[in-house]
Design a protein around this ligand. Structure first.
Ligand code: NAP
Length: 480
């Protein structure tokens, strides 16, 4: 900027032109000057990181003389001055206030404008914010970037979880300039292509656990259904049929029936889509046809299904551990001991019962141990350290073993109870029997797939072999 211009600036009384230090001195020789529009949270955090990374920073603000504390070394000035001073301008202003930028079009021509904005809702505007900015200033190189990082993350520097800066734009030159800044700030850059990808980037921060939604809905649905089912069978039935108030059982007994049931069904649901996919491939005779959307979506949330199932299994373990200290259990134990003493009775040791109880606990412990292993290996830091073969061995082979142990654990729990008529209160089957439907079906289908003749065909299909339907058709014609 010329000395005359600086003189003009200092004489001007408009707040937009207030300059605390001549812009020419904002950057030391060899230091790159970057402009930030907006002195809010994002602008300040970005400015701080830019300064820490060796850039000189000039802020463009509506109120440069009263815009609050700024990072030390940054210079506030009016938008026009700031726009002229740097080749790269970060627009840290909400989209609703972009109109003022249109008046700065001549100053911003050929400049790289970084749009960091986000919206409060998806599809709030007909076009993406960055596309709107490009329309307002057609002569500038608009690049969408940094919007997926929070002001807080920027201030604290990149850590593992937020190391990536996604960017997109129509100008390679613009993207290159932004990528250089992002790299210097310590981020890794991921180019998402042209500016038409801006909407996708703007929707990214609005996502709320998208892949957890289905598993959580399944968990809530199953928990609510089984809770009411058991409430009717265990509590209301006892009250109506025998006049007994056993409502205290809701807190521990009922909960400790619902949690394992939900856990077992959800664990099985992680493996059901794989089996359905295998049968579909066998039926179609190819792996090159797309699965239905619902199956794709189901497959994509298997990890989350498994982790929610593990959480329920964990609750089941905790509830089981407190059984011996429950008042109800201690009361029943001492009452039965006292009555035995009074009646001078001794109960006979039942070896079958001992075997059954020990096997039941053992299966449960083994199942839970393997379940924990599955959960641990699904963590990105652990799975990244495994080869694909190791990962699929744990998740598939050990996964099915987990389903088997947990299912067997439930069969041992039920033992021969399914034969007793008293178990079918109001003609309803015991809840544990219902919980066995999905895992039992899964195990049977998996065993079918493991049959050598079926497995061989499936392996061939998965290695790229395709059944020729034309040949099949002609063979069928010959046969008829
Ligand atoms: P903010 O704290 O509200 O700051 C916005 C700044 O815009 C204000 O400080 C103001 O600066 C300027 N401004 C306000 N009204 C204006 C107007 N009518 N005309 C011109 N300038 C005006 O917001 P922010 O959190 O920094 O967010 C800024 C942008 O960054 C938004 O688009 C947001 O979506 C995006 N973003 C924010 C975060 C975050 O964590 N905060 C993360 C990613 C993206 P002056 O008073 O200096 O003019």
């Amino acid at each position: 900027m010329s000395a005359d211009r600086q003189g003009d600036v200092s004489k001007e009384s408009k707040p937009e032109s207030v300059l605390l230090r001549p812009l020419g001195t904002a950057a030391a020789p060899g230091q790159e000057l970057v402009c930030v529009f907006g002195t809010g949270d994002m602008g300040r955090s970005l400015g701080l990181r830019l300064l820490q990374s060796g850039y000189a920073v000039v802020y463009g603000s509506r109120r440069p003389h009263s815009c609050g504390p700024l990072p030390q070394g940054a210079q506030p000035t009016g938008h026009e001055e700031a726009a002229r001073s740097a080749a790269l301008v970060f627009i840290c202003v909400h989209r609703e206030h972009y109109d003022f930028l249109e008046t700065l079009a001549p100053q911003l021509k050929k400049k790289v404008l970084v749009d960091v904005s986000n919206n409060l809702k998806k599809n709030l505007y007909p076009e993406a914010n960055a596309e709107y900015l490009q329309r307002l200033i057609p002569g500038a190189h608009v690049v969408k970037a940094f919007n997926t990082l929070s002001a807080w993350a920027l201030q604290n520097g990149p850590s593992d979880a937020n190391r990536q800066v996604y960017l997109c734009g129509n100008s390679d030159e613009g993207k290159q300039a932004v990528a250089e800044v992002a790299t210097k700030l310590g981020f890794t850059v991921l180019d998402k292509g042209s500016l038409s990808a801006a909407r996708e980037l703007e929707d990214f921060p609005l996502q709320l656990f998208p892949e957890w939604r289905m598993p959580l809905r399944v968990a809530v649905g199953l928990t609510a259904s089984f809770f009411f089912y058991l409430l009717i069978r265990d509590i209301i039935y006892a009250y109506v049929d025998q006049g007994k108030d056993v409502s205290f059982r809701i807190m521990v007994s009922l909960a400790n029936k619902v949690f394992p049931i939900v856990s077992l069904i959800m664990l099985s649901l992680c493996y059901v889509p794989g089996v359905i996919a295998a049968f579909l491939q066998l039926y179609r005779g190819t792996k090159y046809r797309r699965f239905p959307d619902w199956l794709d979506r189901w497959m994509l949330c298997r990890k989350q299904l498994g982790l929610v199932a593990l959480a329920f299994a964990f609750l089941h373990v905790l509830y089981t551990l407190i059984i011996p200290i429950r008042y109800y259990v201690r009361f029943r134990l001492s009452a039965s001991t006292i009555s035995q003493i009074k009646e001078n009775r001794t109960s006979v040791f039942d070896t079958t019962l001992a075997w059954r109880a020990d096997s039941y606990y053992s299966m449960g412990i083994l199942g839970f141990g393997l379940f924990l292993l599955l959960g641990i290996t699904s963590l990105p830091s652990v799975s990244n350290a495994l080869s694909w073969r190791e990962f699929s061995f744990v998740q598939s082979k050990l996964g099915y073993l987990t389903v088997f142990f947990c299912t067997f654990h439930t069969y041992l729990y039920g033992w021969d109870r399914f034969l007793q008529p008293y178990g079918y209160k109001w003609y309803t089957p015991p809840a544990y029997l219902l919980s066995l439907v999905v895992p039992s079906l899964l195990i049977v289908l998996k065993l079918l797939l493991l049959l050598p003749c079926v497995n061989r065909s499936l392996m061939r299909i998965r290695q790229g072999w395709e059944r020729n339907d034309a040949e099949d058709g002609s063979a069928r014609v010959l046969l008829t």
